[in-house]
Design a binder for this molecule. Structure first.
Ligand code: 16G
Length: 239
């Protein structure tokens, strides 16, 4: 029988399987075999397709990895200290096709927090670029990027790039240093509509200040669907 959540909505079977496998695998040594399809089919009394869907999600988020001809295993952390990946790179790493829809791209006058984070004075010109970010067609995040326009004259002329970090790299301004903050929250009505979740669904709010050659270039505020995005951090010395 489907487990019923507090909201009264039955929980999808694949979500139950996914959460079970995740709980078994998170914290397990990299290379540990994931529970087999057969074991999961028996344990949950679900179709093989449902089990595959659950495993696919865990592979996509980076918890598990498939090794051809051998099976599915707990992933090795692939992120090293110093990795400062773009959304495009993050999605490809998870085996998803990155895509974006621009919701807004305009000149604005910097205010409060954005001005401070970019080392500007209130009223200085910034570029505000808001995108819905998708992985293989499904909404993953809403991202508001604020760029120091003094460093990026003409950025909005001649079409927007596919990848912000590639466009910054082309100008020698790809961030090499970043400060991130992550907070748990719930989606408001606008976010819920864009992310295709219910109002109040869990989200991660990630703010990033990106610096190139010690100069702040971009401040991005992103809202990620908590069920579609796991943040991986690899701390300490790099190998
Ligand atoms: C990452 C960054 C974001 C940046 C984006 C550029 C976070 C947590 N991460 O998502 O700040 O704007 O990459 O991605 O903020 P792009 O190069 O694919 O446009």
């Amino acid at each position: 029988m489907d487990q019923v959540l507090e909201t009264g909505r039955p929980q999808l079977k694949y979500v139950q399987v996914r959460d079970y496998v995740r709980s078994v695998c998170v914290g397990a040594a990299p290379g540990t075999p994931a529970p087999s399809e057969r074991e999961l089919v028996n344990r949950f009394g679900v179709a093989r397709m449902t089990v595959r869907q659950a495993i696919d999600t865990l592979v996509a988020e980076g918890t598990l990895e498939r090794v051809r001809g051998r099976g599915t295993f707990v992933s090795r952390p692939r992120r090293r200290v110093g990795d400062l990946t773009s959304f495009t790179e993050e999605m490809r790493r998870r085996g998803l096709e990155p895509d974006s829809e621009t919701l807004l791209a305009e000149h604005e006058a910097a205010t409060g927090g954005v001005a401070r984070a970019l080392g500007l004075t209130a009223g200085d010109p910034v570029i505000h670029w808001r995108r819905l970010r998708l992985g293989s067609g499904a909404p993953v995040a809403i991202e508001d990027a604020y760029l120091n326009e003094l460093l990026l004259p003409g950025f909005l002329l001649g079409g927007l790039p596919t990848s912000l970090y590639d466009a910054l790299a082309a100008r020698g301004l790809r961030p090499t240093l970043a400060e991130d903050s992550v907070a748990a929250d719930v989606a408001d009505a606008t976010e819920a509509a864009l992310l295709d979740v219910r109002v109040g669904a869990p989200v991660l709010r990630v703010s990033r200040r990106g610096l190139a050659a010690e100069r702040p270039v971009v401040v991005a505020r992103s809202v990620y669907r908590a069920d579609r995005f796991t943040l991986w951090l690899h701390l300490g010395e790099s190998d």
